[in-house]
Every structure is written in structure tokens, then in C-alpha cells.
Ligand binder design. Structure first.
Ligand SMILES: [Zn+2]
Length: 428
């Protein structure tokens, strides 16, 4: 079967191309990117005039909540949220119940993805058993079952020796280690960023140095062990600077940030809207600017969602007691495109951080429209704005601080392995 996407503009940083082109898909793979009008006559044609065709977005930081927290999200609902957001691959974190710290759970998640999912799912295995930070997980087993990386995300590995051993195992199995970087002794009972706003609100807070210190430790351990370190959700100026210097020294480190860290500051917490509670917390304007600069100069490689869906009851409580996290899959692309709208970055550079960069970071398939790769792509109208309405999310998690915000970039179609999985507001 031949499918021709005709009349659009291709933006494919992985393949180094950008401009008007038609995309031909045959048997689930990209068979050619052609000059406009040069496609074969016998193909089924989809008119994508005025649309932008990008490789499917790869979100390397999501929480799908299954097994164990199906009331928050399932593989089925989470992958539908992904498709609606133009995301064709997700890496899902290990803080499920049971924790994904052994091969059986990895296989369970992969089977769920196979039977109920609509986009590609890449499980991340735990570094420590039960995310306890005390004993290593069954890393060999996890590797054999097919995890794409190791991380205790959601929890922090405070014990430096355990992190070292985890990294050594990761090297053996050629897996990257993803660090949730917070010094828990400094975080203490903080529920927001420590600064002017927390002082005014009188909320317990944690300083940006909690992140910076832990990133420095993990970069140092990566140097010691030779592990590939990926630092999750960078939120601070100090964190960006540590990564920048580590890269200059040639340490194998990559980093990500999330839309909320370049879109919002701790000023948003003044509303006491618990949807502004995230971990690490929203930081100062200076930090927000530093994160954007880090994206611009390549210190931060990837934009990921840290999709953390919660049930309403976990957010409809006092700020201090609320669960942390944002349901982010469906706003990831549009909030990133706002950087283009604001003149901070080019479309080409933003798409790179959502496609080929995450693919390279975790060694995943896709991320480009090169001939012969699986036809995962997203068709977006970058000129069409829409208003975020969490009630309309495909995710079970309606926890978004962006409700009511007008954002650019309406996803028109999401294609996985040559099949349309999302089109104009509906899962196909
Ligand atoms: Zn995390």
C-alpha cells in the first residue's frame, strides 16, 4: 500500500532537510521524500497543504502509571494522549506498582503496549530494587527484557556508591542512566522553589542548589564509570551551567527540560493552583531564561513532557499535600512551538529537540524521515492556535496549569508505522 502526503512542508532535522516536499510511505516505512508533485500516480493521496510534516515526536520522559495506578493512567489512555499530542514514541518510567525492576514487569508493559497501545512504548527499568535506593535492581534481566534505559525517576538515588554501581552495570549492558537530580537532604519538606515567592507565600521550599549539587555528583560519577548519563527535567541556571561545563570536558552527558520550566516560573504558585506543583519545582525567571539559553546553545539536548497524570483527588487538596506533576503529553509540542512563536528558537531547532535528539539520547528508532525508517510522523498546522482544555485530554490526568492558555500548533494527524492513529481530534 502506498500513501502520499502531498503539498506539505517537511521539517526533518535528523535528515537535515526543510522545505516543501511530498512524503511517500510504503508498507509502513518512509520510501521517499520527493519534490512537490513528483510522487507516483498510483498512491493514495492525503492533501496536507499548508501543513508541516515532522518526524513523530519522541517523548523520553512519561509516566504511564500501569501497572498499579490505572486510575491515574493506563498504557491505553496514555498512548492515546501521546497520539493526540503528535507523539509517536514514549519512554515510560519505572515508578509503577510493582516497580519495573525485573524482566517480568518490563514484559508486562510491553505486552500491554502491544495489545492496548497506539504508539510505541519503551519501558525504562529501575536502577534500584523497588526504587528503594538500597539494592540494585535485576539489571541484566531488565536489559534482556528490552528496557531502553535505567532510572529511579520519581525517586532519587541518594547513595553515591549505589549510583556508581548502577552506572557500571549500565555500561556493561550499554544502557543510558537517567538521573532525577535532587539532593533530598536539601529538598527536605520543600513543596516549591526557595526564593522571594516562597517567602511571601510562607510555603516550605527547596533551593535550586538541590538540583545543581546532584547533577554535579552524577556528572562526576559518569566520568568515573564511563556511563552515558542523561539528566532529566533540568530546571535551574546552576544545573544548566554544570551540564555545559561537563560537555566542554567531553563527559558523555545529555540533558532534557520540560515545557513548564521554560514557560512558567514560581510566580504561578501564587494562585495556589496545585497544578503548578511539580518536581523539581517551577523556578525563578532567571532560571527560566537560563533553561531557554541552554536549549539554544545545545547544552540541553531534548524537550520531554515528564507527563505525570494524577487523579483529581490527588490535586484537589492543600498545596502542601498535593501530588506533584503535570499531565503533559498533549501540550508538549504546542508549548515547545511557542518558543518559535516568541522568536527564541527556529522551528528546525525545536523539532530537533523533539525528534532526532531524543531518539539519539536513548538509542531509539525513528526521529527522522530518512528512507527506510518506520513511517512515524506528525502533521501539524503551526499557524493554527488552540486553547488548552484539560477536560478534552485523552489522558486520564486533567492536571494542567495551562488550562485556558492559547497555544500554537494544532496536531492534524499522527502516523505510526504508516498507519494513521490520530486524525482531527479523534483516535483512529
Ligand atoms: Zn523526575
Amino acid at each position: 500500500m502506498k500513501l502520499l502526503l502531498k503539498g506539505g512542508t517537511v521539517v526533518d532535522p535528523g535528515g537535515g532537510q526543510s522545505g516543501p516536499a511530498d512524503v511517500l510511505i510504503e508498507n509502513g516505512v518512509i520510501s521517499d521524500v520527493l519534490s512537490p508533485g513528483a510522487g507516483p500516480k498510483d498512491a493514495d493521496v492525503i492533501d496536507v497543504s499548508k501543513m508541516t510534516i515532522i518526524p513523530g515526536v519522541i517523548d523520553i520522559h512519561t509516566h504511564l502509571r500501569e501497572p498499579g495506578f490505572e486510575y491515574k493512567e493506563t498504557v491505553a489512555s496514555g498512548t492515546r494522549a501521546a497520539a493526540a499530542g503528535g507523539v509517536t514514541s514514549v519512554a515510560c518510567m519505572a515508578n509503577t506498582d510493582p516497580v519495573n525492576d525485573n524482566g517480568q514487569i518490563t514484559e508486562y508493559i510491553l505486552e500491554k503496549a502491544e495489545t492496548t497501545g497506539v504508539v510505541r512504548v519503551y519501558p525504562v527499568g529501575a536502577v534500584s530494587r523497588g526504587l528503594s535506593g538500597e539494592v540494585l535492581a535485576e539489571i541484566g534481566e531488565l536489559a534482556a527484557a528490552g528496557v531502553c534505559a535505567l532510572s529511579d525517576d520519581g525517586h532519587v538515588i541518594s547513595n553515591s556508591d549505589l549510583m556508581r554501581r548502577g552506572m557500571e552495570y549500565a555500561v556493561t549492558f550499554d544502557l543510558p542512566v537517567i538521573s532525577h537530580s535532587e539532593d533530598m537532604s536539601l529538598v527536605a519538606d520543600g513543596v516549591m522553589n526557595e526564593g522571594f515567592v516562597s517567602t511571601e507565600l510562607g510555603l516550605p521550599a527547596n533551593p535550586p542548589q538541590a538540583e545543581e549539587i546532584m547533577i554535579f555528583r552524577d556528572v562526576t560519577l559518569a566520568q568515573l564509570t564511563g556511563a552515558r548519563l542523561h539528566v532529566a527535567h533540568i530546571s535551574t541556571a546552576g544545573g544548566v551551567e554544570v551540564i555545559r561545563r561537563a560537555k566542554e570536558r567531553g563527559v558523555a552527558v545529555t540533558a532534557e527540560t520540560c515545557p513548564h520550566y521554560f514557560t512558567l516560573t514560581d510566580d504561578a504558585v501564587r494562585t495556589f493552583d496545585t497544578n503548578t506543583k511539580v518536581n523539581p519545582p517551577l523556578r525563578s525567571e532567571e532560571d527560566r531564561r537560563a533553561v531557554i539559553e541552554g536549549l539554544k546553545d545545545g547544552t540541553i539536548d531534548v524537550i520531554a513532557s515528564d507527563h505525570a497524570p494524577h487523579d483529581i483527588v490527588e490535586k484537589a487538596v492543600e498545596f502542601s499535600y498535593a501530588a506533584s506533576g503535570i499531565s503533559g503529553l498533549e501540550t508538549l509540542l504546542s508549548l515547545s512551538l511557542q518558543l518559535v512563536r516568541d522568536g527564541e528558537m527556529t522551528l528546525f531547532d525545536v523539532v530537533e529537540k523533539l525528534t532526532i535528539a531524543p531518539a539519539r539520547t536513548l538509542g531509539l528508532a525513528g526521529g527522522t524521515l530518512a528512507t527506510g525508517v518506520p513511517a512515524d510522523l506528525t502533521i501539524v498546522d503551526t499557524g493554527e492556535d488552540w486553547t488548552v482544555d484539560p477536560r478534552a485530554f485523552f489522558s486520564k490526568g486533567k492536571n494542567s496549569p495551562f488550562a485556558g492558555r492559547s497555544v500554537p500548533g494544532r496536531v492534524k494527524m499522527t502516523i505510526v508505522a504508516g498507519s494513521i492513529v490520530y486524525r482531527e481530534g479523534a483516535i483512529v
